[in-house]
Write a protein that binds this ligand. Structure first.
Ligand code: MTE
Ligand code: MO
Length: 394
């Protein structure tokens, strides 16, 4: 049980901070999630994802301010700005009942995912959220296409950018080009994995921008501005931009804004991993932003690169699963995986350094310790049973 303190914010919403100093609502047990130490940001444990979708109870949380508690009875979403003829305000009920719904399976990944490993690669830690490999997840998102909500406001012929705004304390904002805003799979989601959105993931409504950095998928939507001019806000001028040598800055921004994410991959084992010396299946995922993953390869120690079969559909905007068989010898091993997308991009041997430690994508050397004894990682099922809350009988 957690007790919670609620605070009134400037947005009129309340936000919760529990007695552990966490600004999030859902439980974040260490068996399922990795605590980055910020009190707001929790990664999924890569070895705790039993299916293609990431269960909502362990889907990573990245929030810059405490989760706001919004009342759907009074909540509204307003579409306005110089790029519309007539501003429109929607209620929660409007979104459920006045518009067609779509369901899309899409991966969301934070641009800072793997920042700790990136710091280890370049020999100096980065500031910012201390992510391991868990700032990524895939869900089925159900809601209204953003373009269906923009159209009734009458988009002007000069409109070029769309900027969703959140109702959290920081009023998170990140502009999108009009074309991306109007894409088939840019969705104002009301539900996640078949359930009404959880507070931490943006209830009552969040944007889902396929293949782009997580920061584009604004949670707790309250306002959408349509503009006839380029918009400059902290999230495309100072944060979520690539700052570094040989990267152009200009009078508006410290570097180019990050949009679609590069190809990367993940092994579904703890870091470092402990395995038993027995034949076994090793699983993982690979994601390529707006592109498709077409190939995954693996290499054990100094052995040859070999194909890791992809065992799930190749949907743009969603990760794929791959798996291999391995009968490891006792001792210390290194497992490397590299994915390639349909544009011919393969994960490189090193990532390009940038000040904020975004876009780690180099091939990781996953440390694996293999024990000769029978010791092994508990199975998913054993974990679920061991961590199940005891049920109360009414
Ligand atoms: N309003 C608002 N939206 C937000 C954020 C935020 O702090 N406030 N964080 C963004 C970032 S950086 C990421 S990576 C994703 C994370 O979504 P999740 O917490 O549902 O996993 O939400 C994005 N949307
Ligand atoms: Mo993020």
């Amino acid at each position: 049980m957690t007790t919670s303190r609620t605070t009134q914010t400037t947005t009129g919403a309340t936000s919760a901070t529990d007695r552990n100093g966490r600004g999030v609502v859902k439980p974040t047990p260490a068996e399922l999630m990795e605590d980055t130490g910020s009190g707001l940001d929790y990664g999924v444990r890569p070895d705790r994802m039993p299916g293609f979708l990431t269960p909502t109870d362990r889907f990573y949380i990245r929030s810059h301010a405490p989760t706001p508690r919004l009342d759907p009875a009074t909540w509204t979403l307003r579409v306005e700005g110089g790029g519309v003829h007539e501003p429109v305000t929607y209620t929660y009920d409007d979104l459920w009942n006045r518009f067609p719904h779509v369901s899309v399976v899409r991966t969301i990944e934070c641009a800072g995912n793997r920042r700790v490993l990136f710091g280890e690669e370049v020999g100096r830690p980065f500031a910012g959220t201390q992510w391991g490999r868990g700032a990524i997840g895939t869900a089925e998102w159900t809601g209204v296409r953003l373009r269906d909500l923009l159209e009734p406001a009458g988009i002007t012929t000069e409109a070029c950018e769309v900027m969703p705004e959140g109702l959290d304390e920081i009023r998170a904002r990140r502009p999108l080009p009009l074309d991306k805003a109007r894409a088939d799979d840019t969705v104002v989601a009301l539900a996640m994995n078949g359930e009404v959105l959880a507070p931490d993931h943006g209830f009552p409504a969040r944007l889902v921008v396929s293949g782009w950095l997580g920061a584009a998928s604004i949670k707790w939507l309250g306002r959408i501005e349509v503009s006839e001019a380029a918009l400059y806000v902290p999230w495309n001028t100072e944060d979520y931009v690539v700052i570094g040598p040989n990267v152009p800055a200009d009078e508006h921004a410290r570097g180019p804004a990050i949009t679609a994410l590069p190809v990367s991959s993940l092994v579904e084992l703890p870091w470092p991993a402990r395995l038993r010396a027995a034949p076994q299946v090793i699983r993982g995922r690979a994601f390529a932003g707006e592109n498709r993953v077409v190939r995954v390869e693996y290499r054990i120690d100094e052995g040859p690169w070999q194909d890791a079969p992809i065992v799930s559909p190749q949907t743009p905007g969603a990760w794929v699963r791959w798996q291999i068989f391995w009968d490891p010898e006792p001792g210390e091993h290194t497992l490397r995986v590299r994915a390639t997308d349909d544009q011919g991009n393969t994960q490189p041997d090193s990532s390009s350094w940038n000040e904020l430690g975004y876009l780690q994508r180099s091939v990781l050397a996953h440390p694996v310790h293999v024990e000769s004894a029978t010791r092994r990682e508990p199975s998913h099922r054993e974990w679920e049973i061991a961590s199940r809350p005891s049920r109360r009988v009414a």
